[in-house]
Structures are given as C-alpha cells and as structure tokens.
Ligand binder design. Structure first.
Ligand code: A2P
Length: 338
C-alpha cells in the first residue's frame, strides 16, 4: 500500500470524465467540497481538448495514456472494464489509489469492495492499491438490506430489478431519449445499445447471459453481496430488467432472515440509517419511486411487509439514483475514507 500524503491535499483524477458517471463524479466532488489540490480529467482522444467546469473553473480534458498517472494520488475510474483492466494496474503501480467503478477487479483477492455506510473499514486495507466500487444494483439493494441484516441476520435474497438506462452509460440515456422523440414524431426508432426498443418497453436482459440462464448482472448480486456483507453462505436469486427510466434503479426484494422480523421492528431497523430514508405510508400513496431519488444522494426504502410464502421473510422495495449512490457518489465516499 502506498500511503497518501498526510500534509497536502490529494491530486485527484477522473478517468472517463465525459461519461454519465464521470460527469456525476465531478458534481459529487464539488457538492461535497472534497479536499483536493488538483483535479485531472482524462477521457479518450475524442474528448481531449474539450473543457468541463469544476468549482467555476474550466478544466481541459486530457487523453488517457500510460503516462497519465505521475503525481496523481487518487484516480476515480469509470471508463469501462477494458480501460480499467489496462490502465488500473498502471495507475496503481505509479503510486495512485484506484477507485474502480467497473467489474474488472471486484471479486479479486486483495481488492476491497466497499459501500461506505456498510463496510468502510475494508477501504483502509488495499494492498494492490485498487478499491472496487460495487455494481449499482448491489449497492442500492444492500443499502436497504444491511440494516435489516444487522437486526435479523440475512440468509437469502430473491430480487427483481427495474434498472434505468443510465446503467448503460451516456449512450443508454441518449438511446431512450432519441426513441421517445422518434415515437412522438412518428419517425422510425434506432436500436444501438439494447437488443429491443427500450422506449415503452421492459427488457429482461442486463449484461451477457451465462450457461446457467442467469445474466452476469444477476450473478453480481450474489457474489458481491457475499463479499461486502462477509456472508459466504448468502443465497441469492435475481432477475435483472431494463426499464425506460432515465437514471434511478428500483429493486423489489424478498429477504429471508435468521430471526423472524415484524414490520414494526423492520421499520425501526430502517430508521435513522445514514444514506437511507424510510418512505412507507402506502395508504397515502407514499412509497419510493425512481423520480424521487433522481439527482439525490439518499436511497429510499418502503413497501415493507411480511412475506406470505416464506417464513422469517420480508418483502420490500428499495430505490436509488444509479448514477449517484449506484456509482459516482459511492466512489467519492470511498475517496473520502482515504
Ligand atoms: P469519451 O467521451 O472521450 O469517449 P459512458 O459509460 O457514459 O459511456 O462513459 C464512458 C467514458 O469512458 C467516457 O468518458 C469515455 O470518453 C471514456 N472512454 C471510452 N473509451 C476510452 C478510451 N479508449 N480511453 C479513455 N477513455 C475512454
């Protein structure tokens, strides 16, 4: 582990600064008044020379190369798994702590996988100089389940996700936007990101299918959940669905516990948790909806009820902004721990 300088504020860089998550990282650093001495913005040659604004000043984007990391203390990576695999180890070797938003290193030995509200201490031990940001659906799901796990002992999860197009990056947002406009104007739609029209549709296919019939995205909830909660025996079954929502994910959950929880005990466990707000008054139509979390830091949880099929189980609904808590904010919170 390369220690960060104790006296000076760190030199931070964003790799993939022009992307949906990269731009939100800039917003989070600014909103949280993150202490930094310099900010270097990196992207592909296509964006080099363009400017982005940070704290009222224009910063010129530079092309990412193997020499980009000299003097940088913390690099927030969000340019896709291939870029992370190629440049993450180069940055780590140059003495920079990499906080990586891709799935490239999440399950690797010696790479902590961190949700700061849940396992902050894991971020302090990063022998490979790489810390992984979990999958967006995993983060939002565990924000709702970790307080219940603490109170009742989590044993299993049955999940269905309703995932926004922001999870496919800036191109996913552009595709939904363009399809809605084309349909409104009676024009033919174009499909580049998704195998089916996403406007006015839902697609039960996020990431690549595996031989098991599950997708890689569905398996991430299992493997990453076990690692973050340190629960090797956790059982998870998941269906991940892309929905025509711009940038907040919703997750319908049945969670099975060791101890039988009542709804009022669950409400007590879910109250006053950092980063999580209980919204559960269904008779007044008060429950989490994705538009209520858009652009916000907190995840929302509600619709808590006893499961009618399984014993010791609760059904619930968790929502969070995919770009913020599902990606950029979580990465910046990890940087704050450093
Ligand atoms: P660029 O805009 O220059 O293509 P998103 O996930 O929202 O699509 O964003 C992907 C991010 O990754 C963008 O900032 C994009 O930069 C960046 N990126 C893609 N390919 C490369 C590359 N070869 N080198 C550096 N950055 C890249």
């Amino acid at each position: 582990m390369f220690p960060l300088p104790m006296t000076n504020q760190p030199h931070v860089s964003i790799v993939g600064a022009t992307g949906a998550v990269g731009r939100e990282m800039l917003v989070c650093l600014e909103e949280r008044n993150f202490p930094l001495s310099h900010l270097t913005l990196l992207a592909s040659a296509r964006s080099a020379g363009q400017n982005l604004t940070f704290r009222g000043e224009e910063i010129t984007i530079k092309e990412l190369t193997a020499d980009s990391f000299a003097g940088i203390d913390i690099a927030l990576f969000s340019a896709g798994g291939e870029i992370s695999l190629k440049y993450g180890p180069i940055a780590a070797k140059a003495g920079c702590v990499v906080i990586d938003n891709s799935s490239a290193f999440r399950m690797d030995e010696g790479v902590p996988l961190v949700i700061p509200e849940i396992n902050p201490d894991a971020a302090r031990n990063h022998p490979r100089n790489i810390i992984a940001n979990p999958n967006c659906s995993t983060i939002i799901t565990l924000m709702g389940l970790a307080p219940l796990h603490k109170a009742f002992g989590l044993r299993g999860i049955i999940a269905s996700t309703y995932q926004a197009v922001s999870g496919s990056g800036a191109q996913g947002i552009a595709e939904l936007d363009a399809q809605i406009k084309a349909l409104t104007n009676g024009n033919p739609i174009e499909k580049k990101v998704y195998p089916h029209q996403i406007a006015h549709n839902v697609i039960p296919h996020v990431d690549a299918f595996e031989d098991s019939g599950y997708t890689k995205e569905e398996q991430k909830m299992l493997h990453e959940g076990r690692k973050i909660l340190d629960l090797p025996g956790l059982k998870v079954t998941c269906t991940c669905v892309r929905v025509p929502v711009m940038r907040s994910h919703s997750i319908s959950l049945t969670a099975i516990f060791e101890k039988k929880p009542t709804v009022s005990e669950a409400h007590a466990a879910l109250s006053n948790c950092p980063g999580l707000r209980l919204v559960d008054d269904p008779f007044r139509s008060l429950y989490p909806v994705p538009l209520d979390t858009t652009g916000k830091d907190d995840c929302l949880v509600g619709r808590v009820r006893e499961d009618q099929v399984l014993s010791n189980a609760l059904a619930l609904w968790v929502v969070g902004d995919q770009v913020k808590k599902g990606a950029a904010l979580n990465a910046v919170q990890i940087a704050e721990i450093l």
